[in-house]
Design a binder for this molecule. Structure first.
Ligand SMILES: [Zn+2]
Length: 371
């Protein structure tokens, strides 16, 4: 059985981006409650670990000094910095008190997970609070303030590890791709809803890296209404082969579950079963694994999906029937979806053709897929 840990603590759900913002802190509390209901942290092979904070020096592994200063000042109400210069303002990225501490703690969680994995204490570590894949070095983007993913990948590179990044959020992992676009030391792979239909608008098959990084950025964009069958088929054609080719020491993954058919932000139509199949394929290719959360804005979905994901990481099959106390409190009866999305045959056909076209383009453009 694999050794695994979840890094999570209540400070992560004390404050949030504001009442009407989709990234609700209670999401994490429910993940914690469901994992606890399953007695997921019951032995030597599976632990719950409290995070340490990230230092300013660690944030600077990816972020600019000016941006870190600006977030810190804005977070305590200091008006010296103009929020809009760093893409803060009403909407996706509001300024809120304590945002520096919260965003830095999320990076600290990812660093704690990283240290658990590289020390050999665990084979896989999961930070449900992480996966802030849109944040850029010098500005906030798409709910993301500090990019925990880019920071830990820099941290791993500094120690000589070969890192592959796999992003299965419904939104393209643009911030992480951009951070490592011109290097062959990191492979980035993102499977997402096409940027023609959804934020951030990037992630086409033609984005393949530059300079020596050419061929080390891989994007699989999918059409709205892509369901489990088409998704799993397309994923299998692309993700395991490029990971096998790259042969990483460590896989870092962003496991956003806003691909689910009930999610209010995306238009893909996955169930928790389809999602779990993708997570299993990542697991099979990961010698060591740092898993981060990500999007997922439907509270009835995310705790179930991430519990299934943690079961895969820790080599444990959780019973499908949700423990009674949690089931009663939230009205959720099973980990796996019983109600399926209804997709018309013609819509499914469009999604299948869209995926097949993207795969054909990738086979032309990505050397790893040509063998
Ligand atoms: Zn997302």
């Amino acid at each position: 059985m694999a050794k695994a840990a979840v890094v999570l603590s209540p400070e992560l759900w004390q404050i949030g981006h504001g009442e009407d913002h989709p990234l609700k802190p209670e999401r994490l509390k429910r993940v914690y409650e469901l994992l606890t209901a399953y007695d997921a942290f019951n032995g030597q092979n599976s632990r719950l670990v409290a995070p340490r904070p990230a230092s300013r020096r660690e944030l600077l592994l990816f972020h600019s000094e000016e941006y870190v200063d600006a977030v810190e000042a804005l977070s305590r109400g200091d008006q010296t910095y103009v929020p809009s210069r760093y893409n803060f303002g009403p909407g996706d990225n509001p300024v809120f008190q304590g945002m520096y501490e919260l965003a830095a703690l999320k990076v600290g969680v990812a660093l704690t997970a990283t240290e658990l994995v590289i020390s050999g204490e665990v084979d896989a570590a999961f930070s449900p609070a992480g996966g802030m894949h849109h944040a850029a070095a010098d500005h906030a983007s798409g709910f993301c303030i500090f990019n925990d993913v880019a920071v830990i990948i820099h941290f791993l590179l500094a120690q000589g590890f070969r890192v592959a990044y796999v992003d299965i959020d419904v939104h393209h992992g643009d911030g992480v791709q951009n951070a490592f676009y011109d290097t062959d030391r990191v492979l980035t792979v993102s499977v997402h809803e096409s940027g023609f239909f959804i934020f951030p608008g990037t992630g086409s098959t033609s984005e393949t890296g530059q300079g020596i990084g050419q061929g080390y950025s891989v994007n699989l964009p999918l059409a709205p209404y892509t369901d489990d069958e088409v998704y799993v088929w397309a994923f299998e054609q692309v993700v395991p082969p490029v990971l096998r080719w790259f042969a990483p020491d460590i896989v870092v993954s962003q496991l956003g579950v806003d691909t689910h058919f009930l999610d209010p932000l995306g238009h893909l139509q996955l169930t928790t079963q389809g999602y779990a199949q993708a997570v299993s394929m990542i697991c099979q290719q990961a010698p060591r694994w740092i898993a981060l959360g990500g999007g997922g804005y439907e509270a009835s979905v995310m705790p179930r999906a991430w519990t299934l994901a943690y079961g895969i990481m820790s080599g444990r099959e959780f019973a499908d029937e949700i423990p009674a106390a949690y089931a009663k409190k939230y009205g959720q009866l099973t980990l796996r979806d019983r109600t399926m999305p209804r997709i018309e045959a013609s819509t499914k056909d469009i999604a299948r053709r869209h995926a097949a076209k993207a795969i054909a383009e990738l086979r032309e453009r990505i050397p790893a897929l040509r063998q």
